[in-house]
Design a protein around this ligand. Structure first.
Ligand code: AMP
Ligand code: MG
Length: 308
């Protein structure tokens, strides 16, 4: 049952109002920043015959129309790569639907519908998009800190401006220092954002690029927020050559047919690229220092709870 009274209380709360106001500014600042760097904003794709596999427990949201099967977008990764055939630097505020397991209901980090600021750059290397991301975040943090100080004070949030370049740690170092639960443990241990790089092939999807000279490891990254807020974004360089993509899909045990359309584009030639997707609700949560993601947007939908 949907609890209308409870939702009205949240809607009218000072916390939600201020968080949404800050979120609106985060979106505006990001847009302005990317526009000034020559990026073109593309409209998001909500249904498509292909989407991110996310080959874990998250089920597919499928709809059928005219006898065709469309899936709700889990991420726009393939559309980003294909967009680069037209425009060299793109971004989109892309709604993603991921039916997360109920155990994630209270993680503070998972909604079943969220928005990624999804960025992709033709011919870019991982390090270039990492630098771009640092500049983007510093731009947003500085502006919010100076122009929304009353709101940050209301939340009791002391937003730090991190030093650049952010530090880096490899996945293997993180695992040996913190174990499997590295995301939150590492995040709780740091006071500035940190890049987590070079994931092993089994940990990620088939589109993250494998080092040509270091088989089994990927030219990819996550950004981890400090103070226990966990993962901010994931990204990396992408596989773009047909044979390599085909092999990686097969390695995952996915039927090639599922990605037939994507493979056809790969056969005709995709550009090398790198990019990332940063969750807007999690960014809002971090900036405002919110505990729960429910306060990080209007109509937040938690796993296992009927949302609006
Ligand atoms: P991923 O492709 O899974 O790495 O997702 C990219 C980014 O989207 C993550 O780093 C988060 O910032 C955000 N994100 C992923 N899943 C969720 C979720 N269930 N709820 C809210 N944000 C999410
Ligand atoms: Mg991720």
């Amino acid at each position: 049952m949907f609890d209308t009274d409870k939702y009205l209380t949240l809607l009218k709360s000072e916390r939600l109002k201020r968080a949404v106001k800050i979120q609106s500014e985060i979106i505006k600042l990001s847009r302005d920043f990317l526009g000034s760097k020559g990026f073109v904003e593309i409209l998001p794709v909500v249904i498509s015959p292909i989407t991110d596999p996310l080959t874990d427990h998250r089920v597919r949201g499928e709809i059928e129309c005219y006898g065709f099967k469309y899936q709700l977008t889990k991420s726009m990764i393939f559309h980003k790569q294909i967009s680069l055939l037209s425009i060299p630097k793109i971004f989109s505020f892309s709604p993603n639907v991921r039916i997360e397991p109920v155990e994630r209901q209270r993680s503070g980090r998972h909604l079943i519908e969220f928005v990624q600021l999804d960025i992709e750059v033709r011919e870019a290397k991982r390090e270039e998009v990492m630098k771009l991301c640092e500049e983007l975040l510093i731009h947003v943090f500085k502006k919010i800190k100076s122009e929304f100080s009353d709101d940050l004070e209301f939340f009791g949030r002391e937003l730090k401006i991190p030093h650049t370049p952010f530090e880096k740690i490899s996945y293997e170092e993180a695992i040996s220092a913190y174990g499997q639960d590295y995301e939150i443990k590492l995040s709780s241990d740091i006071s500035e954002p940190i890049w987590l790089i070079d994931f092993p092939i089994d940990n990620r999807e088939f589109y993250d690029r494998e080092y040509p000279d270091r088989p089994g490891y990927l030219v990819d990254m996550d950004l981890i927020y400090p103070e226990g807020f966990g993962e901010a974004l994931s990204g990396g360089e992408r596989e773009f050559e047909y044979d390599r993509i085909k092999r990686r899909i097969e390695l995952k045990g996915i039927e090639l047919e599922v990605y037939d359309i994507y493979l056809q584009f790969a056969k005709k030639g995709l550009y090398p690229s790198a990019g990332f997707g940063i969750g807007i609700e999690r960014l809002t949560r971090y900036i405002c220092g919110l505990k729960n993601l429910e306060e990080s947007r209007l109509f937040a939908k938690l796993p296992g709870v009927l949302g609006l």
